[in-house]
Design a protein around this ligand. Structure first.
Ligand code: ZN
Length: 87
């Protein structure tokens, strides 16, 4: 049975379970994402106001670095995934 898409009154983000767990969060722009990503980027900052539809910790994972905004400084990375430029 399909679930109806819901819009978070705080985040203004649509969660559409029909799109699958990896794509169900429809941000205002860019590709779909996970509830974890939504939490990392938005919900954790607004949850104090109440009413967030993504407040259930059982529906998200521990956020990975890639779930946060890409502008975050790249600190404490254990190792570079590619060799340093030569010359
Ligand atoms: Zn929210």
């Amino acid at each position: 049975m399909a679930e109806a898409p819901r819009t978070c009154p705080l985040c203004r983000v649509i969660i559409d379970p029909n799109l699958g767990p990896l794509q169900e969060v429809r941000f205002s722009n860019g590709p779909g994402g996970t509830r974890t990503k939504l939490w990392a980027r938005v919900c954790q900052f607004v949850q104090d106001r109440g009413g967030c539809i993504n407040a259930d910790a059982g529906q998200r994972q521990a956020p990975a670095p890639s779930d946060f905004y890409g502008e975050a400084p790249a600190i404490s990375l254990p190792s570079a995934p590619f060799p340093p430029p030569q010359g």
